[in-house]
Design a protein around this ligand. Structure first.
Ligand code: PLP
Length: 307
């Protein structure tokens, strides 16, 4: 049902990299599946297998109106035959944005909660109320991070041993924790935070590693200077970078996660952060579904150049 996927790894070549004497590769997980793509494929994989094994018919999860996780859960439900319920933060806007329209087209039932009520999404009372309303469901947390997600993300670290530095984008830290488990403390792992004040994530990632395998690795570092004002915030410099990167290399980056990571990495390369001869691997975690919704809101700022 969900065999090991092989995505290409693309070498990026340009003068900045030659000048800094580093080599840069991108593991193209955005290509792993057309709708269930990037890290969300890996985060959901073992959860879906478990839900099926335990006879669940319904997946329920939480997210914002543009959430990659909502989109991926809806896609997974359609692909693998589960009903899906998406509890969405904030009042419903009409018409639905691209993300929620896709989710609904996949069969996801959407329930909007006020921002205030949404904050209580993990309270036992709230879960009990949702069960009264929707019946028995397999619960996926907002963002999809749990120990089965970490297990899936471990598979994204399969090539890490061949590189000096591996880069991932960080939201909840589940993806980084999985890749770190695959690396077993070898080499270096940089996690580019999509959130402001991302340093709290270090402890959260230690907690995930410990809960997953009882081992805590310390060869990773959260880089939190490239959030552009906070989660889903942006500035013109970020948009220009994403468009130019796409134009030069025909690789799309999303404005919430992978664009910020690549911007940050290029800035660090320019500053001479990496020693000569370093081999760098960026794991592209997907998120490209967000581009349409971004362009709906911000007047087609992001260009899409194809092959
Ligand atoms: C969800 C997401 C992330 C963050 O993953 P975490 O496991 O929550 O850290 C990173 N990149 C993309 C494209 C995502 O959709």
């Amino acid at each position: 049902m969900m065999q090991e996927q092989q995505v290409p790894t693309t070498r990026i070549q340009e003068s900045l990299l030659t000048k800094a004497d580093v080599s840069l590769y991108i593991q193209r997980e955005e290509l792993v599946h057309p709708t269930l793509s990037g890290n969300k494929w890996y985060k959901l994989k073992y959860n879906i297998l478990k839900a099926r094994e335990e006879g669940y018919e319904t997946l329920l999860t939480f997210g914002g109106a543009y959430s990659n996780h909502i989109y991926a859960t809806a896609a997974a439900g359609k692909l693998f035959g589960f009903k899906t319920i998406g509890i969405i933060r904030g009042e419903q806007a009409q018409p639905l944005n691209e993300t929620l329209r896709f989710a609904q087209d996949c069969g996801m039932q959407l329930q909007h909660l006020s921002r205030e009520a949404f904050q209580h999404k993990n309270d036992p009372g709230m879960i009990a109320q949702l069960q009264d309303q929707w019946g028995r469901f397999y619960l996926l947390p907002e963002g999809g991070t749990n120990l089965l997600a970490v297990r899936g993300c471990e598979e994204m670290g399969r090539q890490a041993a061949h590189y000096d530095v591996v880069c991932v984008s960080v939201g909840t830290g589940g993806t980084l924790a999985g890749v770190a488990m695959a690396m077993k403390g070898q080499n270096r792992l940089l996690g580019f935070s999509a959130l402001k004040n991302g340093q709290f994530l270090t402890e959260e990632i230690h907690r995930l590693m410990d809960a997953y395998k009882g081992t805590v690795y310390h060869n990773f570092q959260i880089i939190d200077q490239y959030h552009f004002g906070g989660y889903a915030k942006f500035k013109p410099a970020l948009i220009d970078f994403i468009n130019q990167f796409n134009q030069r290399h025909r690789i799309l980056l999303d404005p919430v996660y992978t664009g910020k990571m690549m911007f940050g990495l290029y800035d660090m390369i320019r500053q001479g952060y990496f020693s000569e001869g370093s081999r760098l691997l960026v794991i592209h975690s997907g998120g490209l579904q967000g581009i349409q919704g971004f362009n709906e809101r911000y007047k087609n700022k992001l260009c899409i150049y194809s092959e």
